[in-house]
Write a protein that binds this ligand. Structure first.
Ligand code: ADP
Ligand code: MG
Length: 823
């Protein structure tokens, strides 16, 4: 598997589970009837244990990144790798020259008439394997992205377009500008840089007007797959730069590319002399292959293609019909202005974006309507609750904490189920809010469950809550898989009998034999760490529990409000008092000794430090060796005088727990760790964090990691140790970290750098992975479509139209998003 997909979360198949995730972030009854839900029928692939779903240690940015040239819904940051050697015997029919004529005449309208459609014998609902050029192997690759039918394929839209009617000549390239050139490969190969373990793939090419070099960092796959050969004609697209170090030659760093097959060089085709759609590759299916498959499927997109968008909505909003919209989005008319195309603002593109956002908006509106009708527990907030809270509060809550608690309390005493997302930056004090909500539930005689993503975090919460609740008579316990079988069995018995009031735990809580007598409140900490099914299963352990999900991953507020129309939001936008701001410094690798000395000085005066090391995924496996070597080096060579500990995800639970406890007690002064410390760990005496290979981490991950320090009274320092070469995006991430500690500012920048496709992955938010819409780019269309959707749900033009559209949602959304089994 090419490296570029290394960070796709398991189970987060594009276009499959996301909507499910999104519809069920919140509990039980909120799914509209359309998406009705009994557990037994859910997609088995979604139903994974936490350790495969939310791999705790995969850091996000091992992969090579590209220039931020395109903010496509999916395409940004992806590389189109043209892998020519797809096995010939994949069982499928290869695209043979004889079918070319039909591809060539694609733009002539005659091909879209019904005869042509009949001739191809294809329907929207036909499986892709019936398409010419798709055999079982390719069908499987397509299926990995949720593309099962011709319709799915037609909705696999380009993420950008290249105007190959006007190719730039190398001689005319201007540094600083992006361009497409068609050039012949001269030489290419992998080079090792002076830095250990860093490779650059270097290619030289020419187009008779001049010479250009192309470079890709760490691109071992280019060598391994023998992607380039001398003499090939290749399109390169990227930002042009002048090589600062060497010759002053022109170069492109990490350009996207497309190799022109020999048979086609010079000839008329889908790839030259026209505006060419560029698709994100799927496995070994390159953009070029996808372009051909889509061209073969396009005859289905006739004028008479049934349009599910309600006619009244189409008319009112002057939207293009579906068939032409699909055709023009894939193979735009030569007259379509490039700028509009690039901004996804041609009428055809607008229609498809609107369609998608309208459907989501309508789904939300239906769901909201249903939520209003659901009934939940009316908790009583009496003086005894106030007394209890007063007894346990260890500090004065901040104004933000008070406000948020009131919002939660109001939900809890209302007769409908609470369904609230509590967002607050790292260290803003969410835990105490959860404890107060728990008290409200327990005072009314209900049980509470709190689920955390790791054993370390669950244990920490348990110990903290237990000590807080000590003055009261409630029973609290901890359910994690590491405990002895007999203890667990006994604990489960007590939970089922209602003897335990508050259970803290990990995903061990969702096992079938954990049953509650009277579950009233479910709290899920760091909700983005869990898969949908895990949240869902926990919530279903009570008939209608209130639900509070907490997260430290800030989402830009406008987007949040638009997308979570149905989820209530609380934000803690204030840090507890007396925090000294963390100072963050960028340290070049050459200065690492000084960084070590800095840590030594802090530890000498009684403070503690984290040294975080990224875990690299190699061939699907996590490689812990570098982190372990670092630990050995630090403990025996650098800090022989201190106690150094090692923490990583592969340690047995007791070992992890032991190390954490020793660190908490100050017996371990320096903790070398992988990103397992990322969530929630609270050791106020730790005031320094050194992050190795900081250039490899994602922004929000860096922010989460840094949140482990700055929790005590000593001024804290975060040292980002970074290696060269770094690309521009890595550079911006590091600069952002140095410049700000504001989680919301960081999330906005993160969103811009990654593009929403990555940012809003299932892991973080469970917002649907849109097929063409892009939340950054399409904010206006989003608002517009949302308005129209609410209007349509509340006041449809006719009963028939309403039912037809809801029928369409019922039929298509579940299947398209992997919910085939849900009736
Ligand atoms: P997070 O929101 O990241 O989960 P925590 O709940 O772990 O944050 O709180 C971070 C630290 O701040 C804890 O040590 C907690 O005891 C402390 N804290 C929370 N609220 C306050 C407050 N109002 N005043 C003082 N300290 C607080
Ligand atoms: Mg927390």
């Amino acid at each position: 598997m090419p490296r570029r997909f290394a960070n796709r979360p398991a189970g987060a198949v594009w276009g499959q589970c996301p909507v499910y995730e999104w519809f069920s972030l919140c509990p039980h009854s909120l799914l509209p009837t359309v998406f009705s839900q009994p557990t037994a029928q859910l997609h088995p692939a979604l139903d994974e244990p936490v350790h495969t779903k939310a791999k705790p240690e995969i850091h996000q940015d091992t992969e090579v990144e590209l220039h931020p040239l395109v903010l496509g819904g999916r395409g940004k940051g992806r590389q189109e790798v043209e892998i020519e050697d797809v096995p010939e015997n994949d069982g499928g029919e290869r695209l043979q020259p004889e079918i070319r004529p039909s591809l060539h005449t694609l733009r002539s309208p005659s091909i879209y008439n019904d005869t042509a459609m009949a001739a191809f014998g294809l329907k929207l609902s036909s499986e892709v394997k019936y398409l010419k050029g798709v055999g079982p192997a390719r069908a499987e690759m397509l299926a990995s992205r949720g593309i099962l039918t011709v319709e799915d394929l037609l909705y696999y839209t380009p993420f950008r377009y290249e105007d190959r009617t006007r190719l730039a000549r190398i001689r005319d390239l201007v540094p600083g500008q992006a361009a497409t050139v068609l050039a012949k490969v001269l030489t290419s190969g992998l080079m090792r840089t002076r830095k250990k373990g860093t490779y650059i793939y270097d290619l030289a090419c020419t187009d008779s007007s001049g010479m250009l070099r192309c470079k890709w960092f760490h691109a071992i796959y280019l060598e391994r797959n023998k992607v380039f050969r001398p003499g090939q004609q290749v399109f390169f697209y990227g930002k042009v730069e002048r090589d600062q170090y060497g010759t002053g030659n022109l170069q492109m760093i990490q350009p996207q590319f497309e190799i022109l097959p020999e048979a086609e060089q010079g000839g008329e085709s889908l790839e030259v002399n026209r505006v060419v759609p560029i698709y994100e590759g799927i496995g070994a299916l390159s953009s070029r292959v996808l372009r051909r498959l889509i061209a073969a499927a396009l005859p289905v997109a006739t004028e008479s293609l049934p349009d599910h968008l309600p006619a009244s909505v189409r008319r009112k909003n002057r939207l293009v019909d579906r068939g032409p919209a699909l055709r023009e989005t894939h193979f735009p008319d030569a007259k379509a202005p490039m700028e509009e195309l690039a901004n996804f603002r041609t009428p055809a593109q607008i229609r498809l974006i609107f369609e998608e956002l309208f459907s989501v908006g309508a789904g939300l509106a239906l769901k909201r309507r249903k939520a209003k009708a659901a009934s939940g527990i009316e908790f009583k907030i009496s003086d005894s609750v106030r007394e209890a809270i007063k007894k346990i509060l260890p500090f004065h809550p901040t104004a933000a904490q008070k406000r948020v608690l009131k919002e939660i309390a109001d939900d809890m005493r209302s007769p409908r189920p609470m369904n609230r997302l509590l967002q607050g930056d790292v260290g803003s004090g969410k835990t105490i809010i959860a404890v107060q909500a728990a008290l409200i539930a327990m005072e009314s005689g209900y049980q509470v469950v709190l689920m955390a993503p790791t054993e370390i975090l669950a244990t920490q919460h348990y110990l903290y809550i237990k000590s807080l609740l000590a003055p009261l008579a409630y029973k609290t316990d901890l359910l994690i898989s590491a405990r002895k079988a007999a203890e667990k069995a006994e604990l489960k018995r007590q939970i089922a009998q209602g003897d335990i009031n508050l259970v803290v735990g990990t995903h061990a809580l969702i096992e079938g034999d954990v049953q509650f007598a009277r579950l009233g409140l479910v709290v899920i900490d760091e909700q983005h760490r869990f898969g949908v099914m895990q949240r869902f299963k926990l919530i279903r352990k009570g008939p209608t529990p209130d639900v509070l999900v907490m997260t430290a991953t800030p989402i830009p507020r406008t987007l949040a409000l638009t997308l979570y129309g149905d989820l209530d939001f609380s934000v803690i936008d204030e840090l507890p008092p007396n925090r000294t701001p963390i100072e963050t410094r960028l340290v070049e690798d050459a200065d690492r000794e000084r960084a070590f000395e800095f840590i030594r000085a802090k530890v000498k005066v009684g403070q503690q430090a984290y040294v975080v090391y990224p875990v690299i995924e190699e061939g699907g496996k996590l490689d812990l060796k570098p982190a372990v070597r670092m630990y050995e080096h630090l403990s025996s060579n650098v800090y022989p005088e201190f106690k150094v500990g090692l923490l990583h995800g592969r340690l047995a639970s007791e070992e992890k727990e032991g190390v954490m406890q020793r660190f908490k007690r100050g017996e371990v002064q320096i903790l070398v760790s992988t990103t397992v410390v990322e969530v929630g760990v609270d050791v106020p005496n730790a005031s320094v964090m050194l992050i190795e290979h900081a250039e490899r981490f994602g922004l929000s991950q860096l922010h989460q990691l840094r949140g482990r320090i700055g929790r005590g009274s000593a001024k804290s320092f975060c040292l980002l140790l970074a290696e060269e070469p770094r690309n521009e995006i890595a550079e911006q991430r590091l600069r952002t970290m140095v410049d700000t500690t504001d989680g919301f500012a960081i999330s906005e920048i993160d969103l811009k750098l990654r593009g929403p496709g990555e940012f809003f992955g299932t892991r973080q938010w469970g917002i649907p992975a849109f097929r063409i819409a892009n939340l950054l780019r399409d904010q206006e269309i989003l608002e517009w479509a949302k308005r129209e959707a609410s209007e349509f749900v509340e006041r449809p033009a006719s009963r028939e139209e309403f039912e037809a559209f809801v029928g369409y949602l019922r039929e298509h959304w579940p299947r398209r998003y992997g919910l085939a089994q849900v009736a």
